[in-house]
Design a protein around this ligand. Structure first.
Ligand code: TEU
Ligand code: CA
Length: 568
């Protein structure tokens, strides 16, 4: 496998609006990010992905961009951004921005010009289409609810939006639009950006026939991603042209790191995406996220078992083997907190948080930590639908109510799945507003900041934060890093239900990770000779010596994890 500059790195996602506010307006800002670079460096982070910081009306929290060349005033200035790049570079750190080019904002000048002249040049930057028999061109439902089509004022046309109606989709079929995108991407890369996280990219190719689909709900609509699925079957080469051209014209000449948000890529397509000459450096592993999607919405999301979860992650590891690197996450800004979602209730404590971190960070691939994950931030408390800010949450609440659920039942779905769970302000201290702001935070804090915060954890050698530091240091330790980066992945102890175990091996080194996701003690027997315990979350002193050469048996406590080096 050809070595890349980012292979040995650890990445961290910042959600700028909720990271740290330095001017008291209740909104996180670039100054806040700059002031915490040393904190991140000390954690062991090399690469920082910033969720969108471009000028935006913030209908979808900056994923609706009105000027790709400007920094949102809420976050600061271009000078401050340049300062961030400079300060990061000084510390050998790298900055990734969010590339949101499936759509822009209705406040972007392209869209304004398109509305002024629905027959003109800029209308072709978007999908302006006539309806059929007084109805929109097709019956697709947008990701955030309602038709994907919105009438263009003073015209017989509609415009397409797969997300909210304030996020019109850009027409990638139009070479002029593509040129504008490449110009913009190169402009940022020339500034010294290391690369991009690429938003919702599988959506850029549309089925231009805009066919009607079998409705999947009482609204007579079908969720829009169905066309992506059917398009892949009809015309698998469809998106190829766009993604290849994007890469050749921008990322490749800059040796940029690109991390794409691409759901449901199967093994046959994976090498085109993340292989040696793939469209992207890596894509997120969303296998756990997509494992259980509700058929109609959050409210009917089925439960899953530890073994199902493990199998999804392990299958993704196996799929990427020999092809490329996945970007491994346990949560992001679109998901509830991973420790609240994936840990069984009995394991939702510091032991469990360290355990799931160990499993995730030692996988093969590029690890991403989402802000607050390193201190074990959890889902928040929500009393009322009006406490949420997220557009997706409001829609899902209505979806549940429309399906006949009570306010409390609909709220329960939102409590579990709201994206705002991950967007509550970062918990820096136990003091007022968790040290996030001296003003009024834009989104309600998680009240547990008095117990879960950076300041307290820095002082406590056994904290989740200090465990993350040790874990990252282990991953990077010269003696083991080659194995953690390039080593093969293999399932271990496969017959043991609720035991999550795998190994990483390279040349004459083999490392085994064993985690007890069960709520009771478990007897474990490993048919290898133990060399050393590299890390564990219990600091238990077990005498493995007697079994050094004959395999070793031991009892694991609930939520305990061990990382062993074994004789090979
Ligand atoms: O998300 C794209 C995406 O596929 C969403 O449907 C995602 O699955 C959903 O938010 C989960 O409920 C990206 C961004 O990550 C998200 O924050 C944006 O809202 C979206 O694109 C539109 O830009
Ligand atoms: Ca601020």
């Amino acid at each position: 496998m050809e070595r890349k500059w980012w292979h040995d790195k650890v990445a961290y996602q910042i959600y700028p609006k909720s990271f740290l506010d330095t001017n008291g307006d209740g909104i996180g800002d670039l100054r806040g990010v700059i002031s915490k670079l040393d904190y991140l460096k000390e954690l062991g982070v090399d690469i920082i992905w910033l969720s969108p910081i471009y000028k935006s009306p913030f209908v979808d929290q900056g994923y609706d961009i009105s000027d790709y060349y400007a920094i949102a005033e809420e976050f600061g200035t271009m000078e401050e951004f340049d300062e961030l790049l400079h300060e990061a570079k000084k510390r050998n750190m790298y900055i990734l921005m969010d590339l949101v080019v499936n759509h822009c904002s209705i406040e972007h000048e392209w869209f304004k010009k398109a509305l002024e002249d629905p027959e003109g040049e800029y209308a072709d930057f978007f999908y302006f289409r006539e309806g059929k028999d007084g109805n929109p061109p097709d019956n697709l439902r947008s990701y955030f609810g309602g038709s994907v089509w919105e009438p263009v004022p003073n015209s017989n046309k509609y415009y397409l939006h797969l997300f909210s109606k304030e996020q019109p989709d850009l027409n990638w079929e139009n070479p002029k639009l593509r040129e504008e995108v490449y110009k913009m991407v190169n402009w940022w890369l020339d500034k010294g950006l290391a690369g991009f996280r690429i938003d919702a990219i599988m959506n850029i190719k549309k089925d231009l026939e805009f066919p009607m689909l079998e409705p999947d709900g009482d609204d007579g609509l079908a969720i829009c991603f169905r066309t992506i699925e059917s398009l892949n079957e009809k015309n698998p080469e469809g998106i190829d042209l766009f993604l290849k051209e994007l890469k050749e014209r921008t990322f490749k000449p800059h040796d940029a790191l690109t991390v794409a948000e691409a759901f449901n890529i199967d093994k046959s397509a994976l090498s085109k995406f993340i292989g040696e000459d793939g469209y992207f450096s890596t894509i997120f592993d969303f296998s756990a996220e997509t494992m259980v999607n509700g058929e109609h919405g959050w409210y009917d999301t089925p439960d899953f078992t530890v073994d199902e979860w493990k199998n999804e992650l392990f299958s993704a590891q196996e799929m990427a083997e020999g092809i490329g690197f996945m970007a491994n996450i346990i949560e992001n800004h679109d998901e509830p907190r991973g420790v609240s979602r994936y840990l069984p209730t009995y394991a939702q404590n510091d032991m469990g948080k360290k355990m799931i971190a160990t499993v995730s960070l030692l996988f093969r691939g590029l690890p991403f930590i989402y802000q607050g994950q390193e201190i074990g931030m959890t889902n928040s408390e929500w009393n009322d639908i009006t406490e949420f800010n997220d557009i997706n949450t409001k829609d899902q609440y209505n979806v549940a109510r429309d399906a006949g659920l009570s306010d409390d039942e609909a709220m329960d779905a939102c409590r579990k799945f709201s994206r705002d769970n991950a967007r509550t302000p970062m918990q820096w201290t136990f003091k007022e507003n968790a040290g996030f702001t001296e003003g009024t935070p834009w989104l309600k804090l998680n009240p547990n900041y008095v117990d879960i915060n950076v300041e307290s954890q820095e002082k406590d050698p056994d904290s989740v934060l200090n465990y993350y530091k040790k874990l990252i240091a282990l991953r990077k330790a010269r003696k083991y890093s080659e194995t953690f980066i390039y080593g093969n992945f293999k399932r271990e102890l496969e017959d043991e239900s609720k035991i999550v175990a795998y190994s990483r091996s390279l040349n004459d080194q083999k490392i085994i990770i064993v985690a007890n996701f069960d709520g009771v003690q478990r007897e474990i027997s490993i048919d290898e000779s133990l060399k050393e315990i590299l890390i564990s979350n219990s600091n238990r002193n077990i005498d493995f010596d007697m079994a050094k050469d004959t395999g070793f048996q031991f009892v694991m406590e609930p939520s305990e994890v061990f990382v062993f080096e074994v004789e090979i």
